[in-house]
Design a protein around this ligand. Structure first.
Ligand code: ADP
Ligand code: MG
Ligand code: ZN
Length: 623
């Protein structure tokens, strides 16, 4: 049930009473009491009696109708009536004046004085009435309805004088370094403009929930001492069409007024989703909002002092339109912390918590692989609650361990607790990929090896440096790709004598590559240079029920060739890993300890542990 705030009936009655009183008094003073509406007939009667002493015809420009005001002898009341034909009255007044020489009359434009006053009063009253109704509705309604009253207004939260700085963000060293220039730019945009330097307008922070994306964005604003406007993509999609767009417009209008500043759009995937992904209605609203966002981003100049940061944990579903140059063209990955990062985060959040002598944050860091910053903060908080419950003035290691179990189970979906054994297997698996990346000439080199779960199902990853933009790949490269794919499984096999299901993705990828080589690229001498159809949905040649343009014989030939390629790659790759087994062990041990190895670290390990291994020219598998 929603918690609904009880309206105070008495208060509303009082307000309504005041409103009525004010209304009557304002209307009274607006309509002067010494005025009296009469009619043309009445006026004619008074003229016949010769009692009219003065008259004014008030006429709006070019309109035949108007108001006639007149005074009578021995009377202070101003009489008036409306006429649809000013000319007729005029003629009569001229005649009347000929008979009554002390009578005077004139024509004027419609006189606004009194009318304006009345109009203002009415507007004021109406405004007050609406205001009171809004107050009542707002307090009576549930949250959703109340928020509807805000429509069109950006609900951006502005934080000025926000005192979060980079020192509150633990770990994330590279990310902070990447953002350093943004801080510098916000501090002094002129410095950059005079040199003609272009600073990115939009930066996308990509990473799993709780890894510190919002924190980073706030820290940038805090470091630079500029205002921070934040809004969440999910706020945009809740209401009427057009509201999201107008909110975006308002948000940027505010930002422009207060530049330099940071605009932070959390959960941008809720707005900028690739067409056709996700379910449910509201597409119009989302599209409009996204379009407005693009319009705004294209609308301000590169160095106008607004930096738009956006966060998402689903970069894969973003509409490519928002990633184009001049929009969110810089991407910064924010990953789950490694062992050192976790310790640093624990330290940051332990700053205001008295720790007992037995507390070993390093030990906690070692057992919390896969935890994000938010989980660690939560862990310390739970530990503090535990200590308070026990009426202690400090936290003990036991508090932390209890909290670990609690947070670990609660946060199951985000991060699971990884067993030592699992971690070991992953370390060897990734080590296998890494060695092949390193020794094979046309792939790699290794950029990062990690055994921190990605949250997207992978227990770890090995990432090569970004590939060069090549127009095409050679057969040799493709074979090496297949070898790298198989490297993880091979390492598991060699070390544990058993294999896991963890390599299924690798195997799928290797098989698909081999199939493409045979069926699309004409890279098998046996099968020849023929494209055997099946664009993306290449199933193995024998796939039943799949329409194919070739016979049973060709199908088995393709099958055989695919198998041969994979098998040969497997043999070559295995030979290499056996050869560099010492490197594999060293890499795995290091990963178990540090969870992450960078390029320099890997090369150092490789050079140290490959001493004495006979170097041959890089092997390229025969076809
Ligand atoms: P995200 O936006 O990536 O989902 P947040 O920035 O909202 O994550 O992080 C939630 C909380 O977790 C932060 O307020 C902070 O207390 C803690 N936290 C996350 N990452 C870090 C970090 N690197 N250093 C310190 N605290 C962190
Ligand atoms: Mg966040
Ligand atoms: Zn793998």
């Amino acid at each position: 049930m929603n918690q609904i705030r009880r309206p105070n009936i008495g208060l509303y009655l009082l307000m309504a009473g005041i409103f009525v009183l004010l209304a009557t008094s304002i209307l009274k003073s607006a309509s002067q009491s010494n005025r009296k509406e009469t009619s043309y007939a009445e006026f004619q009667k008074e003229m016949e009696a010769g009692k009219v002493t003065e008259a004014v015809i008030a006429q709006s420009e070019n309109i035949p109708s108007g108001t006639v005001r007149y005074l009578l002898k021995d009377d202070t009341i101003v009489y008036f009536f409306y006429t649809s034909d000013v000319n007729e009255i005029q003629t009569e007044l001229v005649k009347y004046q000929q008979k009554n020489t002390d009578f005077s009359w004139k024509m004027t434009d419609v006189e606004h004085k009194v009318d304006v006053l009345t109009v203002i009063s009415i507007i004021l009253l109406a405004g007050m009435g609406v205001f009171i109704i809004l107050m009542i509705v707002r307090n009576n309604s549930t949250g959703a309805n109340a928020r509807m009253l805000d429509f069109g207004k950006s609900r951006a939260v502005m934080v000025r004088g926000n005192n979060i700085t980079f020192s509150d963000v633990a770990g994330l060293k590279e990310e902070k370094e990447d953002l350093e220039e943004i801080v510098d730019f916000l501090k002094d945009p002129k410095k950059y403009t005079t040199l003609g330097a272009r600073i990115p307008k939009g930066i996308l922070l990509v990473g799993p929930p709780g890894t510190g994306k919002t924190l980073l964005a706030k820290a940038i604003a805090g470091e630079a001492g500029v205002p921070f406007y934040s809004i969440s993509g999910s706020d945009f999609v809740e209401m009427f069409v057009g509201v999201g767009a107008s909110r975006v417009r308002d948000l940027f209008q505010e930002a422009k007024k207060n530049a330099p500043c940071i605009v932070f759009i959390d959960e941008i995937d809720a707005v900028a989703r690739r067409r056709g992904s996700g379910l449910g209605g509201g597409h119009d609203e989302r599209e409009q909002t996204q379009n407005q966002l693009l319009v705004e981003m294209d609308g301000f100049g590169v160095n106008s002092g607004i930096i738009v940061l956006a966060a998402t944990n689903r970069a894969d579903i973003l509409d490519p339109a928002i990633l184009r140059p001049g929009r969110f063209d810089r991407k910064i990955g924010v990953s789950r912390p490694d062992v050192k990062g976790r310790e640093a985060i624990l330290k940051v959040h332990a700053r205001n918590k008295p720790l007992g002598d037995d507390v070993d944050l390093k030990r906690i860091a070692q057992t919390t692989a896969g935890f994000a910053g938010a989980d660690l903060e939560n862990l310390l908080n739970e530990a503090a609650i535990q200590a308070a419950k026990d009426n202690r003035e400090y936290l003990t290691q036991k508090d932390l361990e209890k909290a670990f179990v609690k947070v670990g189970i609660g946060g199951e979906k985000r991060s699971r607790i990884i067993s030592e054994k699992e971690k070991r297997i992953t370390a060897y698996h990734e080590g296998g990929h890494a060695i092949l990346f390193h020794v094979l000439p046309d792939v790699g080199p290794v950029h990062t090896i990690s055994v921190i779960p990605t949250g997207m199902g992978a227990a770890g990853y090995t990432m090569p440096l970004p590939e060069k933009d090549e127009m095409f790949r050679t057969k040799g490269q493709l074979l090496q790709d297949i070898m790298v794919d198989l490297g993880g499984r091979i390492a598991e096999e060699l070390v544990f004598g058993d294999v896991t299901t963890g390599a299924s993705q690798d195997i799928k990828q290797a098989t698909e590559l081999a199939k493409s080589m045979v069926m699309k690229f004409g890279m098998s001498d046996q099968v020849g240079m023929i494209n055997y159809g099946g664009e993306d949905e290449v199933f193995i040649g024998r796939d039943f029920g799949h329409t194919r343009e070739y016979g049973e014989e060709t199908a088995s030939l393709i099958d055989e060739e695919v198998r041969r390629i994979v098998r040969e790659c497997y043999e070559k790759a295995k030979a290499l890993i056996v050869k560099y087994r010492a490197v594999l062990d060293a890499v795995a041990e290091t990963l178990l300890r540090e969870e992450k190895i960078d390029q320099a670290g890997f090369e150092e390990l490789f050079n140290k542990w490959s001493v004495g291994v006979i170097e041959e020219s890089a092997p390229a598998p025969a076809h």
